[in-house]
Design a protein around this ligand. Sequence first.
Ligand SMILES: *[C@@H]1O[C@H](CO)[C@@H](O)[C@H](O)[C@H]1NC(C)=O
Ligand SMILES: *[C@@H]1O[C@H](CO)[C@@H](O)[C@H](O)[C@H]1NC(C)=O
Ligand SMILES: *[C@@H]1O[C@H](CO)[C@@H](O)[C@H](O)[C@H]1NC(C)=O
Ligand SMILES: *[C@@H]1O[C@H](CO)[C@@H](O)[C@H](O)[C@H]1NC(C)=O
Ligand SMILES: *[C@@H]1O[C@H](CO)[C@@H](O)[C@H](O)[C@H]1NC(C)=O
Length: 946
Amino acid sequence: MADTSHGPASFWTQADALLRKNLTFQKRNIKTNIRLIAFPFVLCLLLVLIQALVNHELDKPENKCGCSCVDTNGDGKCEKVCGLEFSDFDQAPTCPITSPPEWPPLLQIPNPDQRAVISDIIPYKDLPNESCKKTGSCPVTLLLTGNNKSLGGILAGNMFTSSFILNSSSTLDELTNSVLGSESMPQQNNFLDPAFYSGLPIYNVQRQCTQNSTFSVQVPVASTEVQEEVRCVQALNLWRNSSAEVNNQLYKGYRKGNSERKINEILAAYDFLNSNQNNFNMSIWYNSTFKNDSGNTAIGLLRVPRSVNLVSNAYLQFLKGPGTKMLFDFVKEMPKPGTETRLDFSSLLGPLFFSWVIIQLFPVVLASLVYEKQQRLRIMMKMHGLGDGPYWMISYAYFFTISSIYMLCFVAFGSAIGLKFFTLNDYSIQFVFYFIYINLQIALAFLAAAFFSNVKTATVVGYICVFGTGLLGGFLFEFFVEDTSFPRGWIIVFELYPGFSLHRGLYEFAQYSFTGDYLGTDGMRWRDLNDSKNGMKEVLIIMTVEWLLVLFVAYYVDQVVASGSGKSPLFFLQRFKKKRSSFRMPSLQRQESKAFVQTDKPDVCQEREKVEQLLLESNTSHSIICDDLKKVYPGRDGNPSKFAVRGLSLALPRGECFGMLGPNGAGKTSFISMMIGLTKPTSGTAFIQGLDIQTYMDEIYTSMGVCPQHDLLWDTLTGREHLLFYGRLKNLKGHSLTKAVEESLKGVNLFHGGVADKQAGKYSGGMKRRLSVAISLIGDPKVVYMDEPSTGLDPASRNSLWNVVKRAKQDRAIILTTHSMEEAEILCDRLGIFVDGSLQCIGNPKELKGRYGGSYVFTMTTSANHEEDVVNLVKGLSANANKIYHLSGTQKFELPKHEVRIADVFQAVENAKSRFTVFAWGLADTTLEDVFIKVARGAQAFNILS
Ligand SMILES: *[C@@H]1O[C@H](CO)[C@@H](O)[C@H](O)[C@H]1NC(C)=O
Ligand SMILES: *[C@@H]1O[C@H](CO)[C@@H](O)[C@H](O)[C@H]1NC(C)=O
Ligand SMILES: *[C@@H]1O[C@H](CO)[C@@H](O)[C@H](O)[C@H]1NC(C)=O
Ligand SMILES: *[C@@H]1O[C@H](CO)[C@@H](O)[C@H](O)[C@H]1NC(C)=O
Ligand SMILES: *[C@@H]1O[C@H](CO)[C@@H](O)[C@H](O)[C@H]1NC(C)=O
């Protein structure tokens, strides 16, 4: 340990030390890690399971194109042939359709009970009476308007025929000569028209219906023939004075409240505008609101073409006479290849599940950062020389590695089990996206860690974020994204929250993989980033910018708030200032503030003078020089300011152990905090090895050791690992490291019996204490602070600890606080009694005892009526004797040593015994404890008076 050849540890040495420590720590946490990684695995398996069930359902024959065994080439054997002609209605959609069926064009007929009738809200008396709803025989209404009413009348008359030319032997082909309609909902394609197989009647729209106007026809649909009822419905052409009136009626007739009764649907409305013989100009109102039965807004085809043909035909007949016809034979869908019905569940549930999986890392990183803060391990590491640079680099790289491994497992596993979400989208886009996001997430965790000091709170808040973000993303944000009318600008604002940008990215992947799977095409490719609907590009930009920004802010906040260095918010300006005043002993700057004369004791004054003298010399053998150090906590809520340390001056040469005694709350801890850089002095400063604590704290840390009052240890690391880590931080390497660790383990009696390799969490209080002391001494620090090192130790361990300290103090300066006078007496070369923020006395234990306890304590117990005799006896021994204690016959006196001889005392007592009964008596030299009590009491009394 006496090897002093090593300098402060380099950046990489520190980084290496931290990395090794983290890896060991990680190894101990293997169970947690397995649990962590298991989560996405379980989730992926769950998705696969659901997917398998869905696929099983979809692969049933009724969901596939129908097949049959047909002898196609006439060799007597049949081959399996699939196609529309062998399929039923459920199977048909997936069939390859090379030549789509032709369907008669249809009008969209309102449901019988929703057709326009007279009602209180619609005043037109030309509408049919409501009673028709009961029989279901309401006519369908067409509204007409235009500049020329007589022309309108003619056109209306040409639209529908009144003669009933069809009969029960008619076929579908013949039906096309009349105006057909259906109230069924059209579908997204027209390979099968629901009008012809849904069981609803086919309407034959006519000017007038006769009694026996209902019959049925055979319609070939897919592989079957369907018997469809053809029912006559009357078309009612009503003239309105202007398009405003048409609008008005349509508007009033629209669904009012929930009352279905009020619905007032019309077939269509025509405005002929300025049409005349030479010019046909018109506009049509039609109903474009179609929802299919399940309530989804899947838009179906519109049955509009027939209504256009209807009026065009009427106009042609008006021009050319009734013999002319413009036929509209059929509508027909485009041919299509066979498709497979596929529903990719990983894409449907992906954004929600996967955002949970990914954000789950956030609380993990956060908790681990806050743990080091809560246990004050960060500060402890800093005090042993770990710079912010290596800390940040290694912690960041460490969490990044963990996150990367996690994401890699996740994507690899998801791909391996064939989730389309992963396999269809370009892996390079996924890589970039996840890379940026985990970086952003780690930066965020660093930022958030600055605001938590408790692991539990941080974890709870972290998990609330996980679930809240997932749910809000899935059930709120996604709706906004899908709602095309929602302003895109606001979507961007939403995406500024990283959870939502993650969700958006996953959502886009899901969209592409879902359609890719459904249509049998690729997922997202780089070129797709330019799609107007693809939000991936914005998300990537937002996240990258945020990452850099958050990283910067996190570092800044960490420097100001969290790292314990107590830097001011403008710390980066100080670097500039520091450069200018880089001479190390600014001895001339401190002329002011010496004006007030304190009621200092001579020894304290002497120390102060010594400090002033030392500051003038530049070369000093003194390790610690405190120059008028002050700490004032500003008053709050009307309380006066608290003076924790009032101008402390102290000089410690190398090789000295200075004991700091003082009652609780005297300011010892405030003093130590300033010295180890936890708080800034209000005024004054201190020099450690010639370096100012105000500016050179980082350098000072490399030659400093601290044994804090409370043990700051990692529960899962062993004693040896602790020492190895701190030894590396102190730039010990290779053989000298193992040697130093071994020696210090032996020194604190932790070497034998495998104790060194037990986790520190399982240590007893005393063992932890000894480990803390060993840590503070490893790597040969020049200055060591020990805050009550032996509290809670049994006498044997305490003795061995004292031996360690005694050995250690030879080459360094130690400041030690303690409540044990015995310890102070044994370990310390000098003592200072610290009361109410200032030193009351300073000197070696003997001197102090001599100065403050220059007296014997004489105690005598008699019966109450002889008390006066005892007082007289003492007065006889020494005129300056002083009664310090008196209780029912027992009295204590202080006798100045130079006035009494012990033999005289014995003599006097013998005499007294012959005169009255002495129950007990005693004579004692003053102990340090007496000194302490006396000094403390005296100082406090003084402070109360002043
Ligand atoms: C209205 O139309 C009829 C029929 O075409 C025509 O005879 C008449 O002149 C038109 N009236 C006006 C004002 O244009
Ligand atoms: C039905 O109509 C067809 C032609 O459309 C005609 O040949 C046949 O005679 C009609 N049958 C009856 C019973 O009116
Ligand atoms: C429409 O015009 C006719 C004739 O000009 C008039 O009698 C009728 O009241 C008008 N209808 C409305 C609802 O204004
Ligand atoms: C349009 O059609 C839908 C579906 O049949 C219906 O619910 C709605 O009321 C219709 N709207 C009008 C204005 O007729
Ligand atoms: C058709 O009517 C609209 C609206 O009145 C008018 O703006 C347009 O010029 C007309 N077109 C013709 C060819 O008359």
